[in-house]
Design a protein. Structure first.
Length: 162
């Protein structure tokens, strides 16, 4: 009986240890604005705590935005975060060379055993790529696949001619 409880506990801990993970952190410019995309895995329904930070020239770390702590005064009215599924978007409006540095994305899910996940990226304005639009294929939409699969049917009823 004790071994069954031990195995059940081990399986539960192993499942919980894979609940969150930052998969990717990318940066791009959208007009004169910086956009950071922090993609993470979350297999729980627990609340998400997040924070974007920035360091420049080995100085003290400054909070840019998030739901943990107060942002630095330099970013307070220029930065915001949008959450969408497993993606955090940081927008820094009016991005200048003074805002260059190493940006970090911190993600902590309440009651998750893995602790805080962190990923960082160095941002230099002249080296940033222009942000592309959001692709329909990236959104994992099944309606696009349905449309492509239905084309022969639409052609058969003479609804679409190619």
């Amino acid at each position: 009986m004790k071994s069954i409880i031990g195995i059940a506990l081990l399986v539960t801990v192993l499942q919980m240890s894979q609940c969150q993970n930052i998969r990717d952190l990318t940066a791009c410019m959208d007009d004169q604005n910086l956009r950071l995309d922090c993609r993470y895995d979350n297999k729980t329904n627990y609340p998400l705590n997040y924070q974007f930070r920035m360091t420049k020239d080995s100085r003290a770390m400054r909070i840019v935005a998030g739901n943990i702590g107060l942002p630095d005064t330099a970013f307070r009215n220029r930065a915001n975060v949008t959450t969408h599924r497993n993606l955090l978007y940081l927008h820094v409006y009016g991005f200048t060379a003074a805002d260059e540095g190493t940006y970090e994305c911190h993600v902590k899910i309440t009651s998750d055993l893995t602790g805080t996940q962190t990923r960082n990226i160095t941002v230099v304005k002249d080296k940033l790529v222009k942000c592309a639009g959001i692709s329909v294929l990236i959104q994992n939409t099944s309606w696009l696949l349905l449309l492509l699969l239905s084309l022969p049917l639409l052609q058969a009823v003479d609804f679409v001619s190619l």
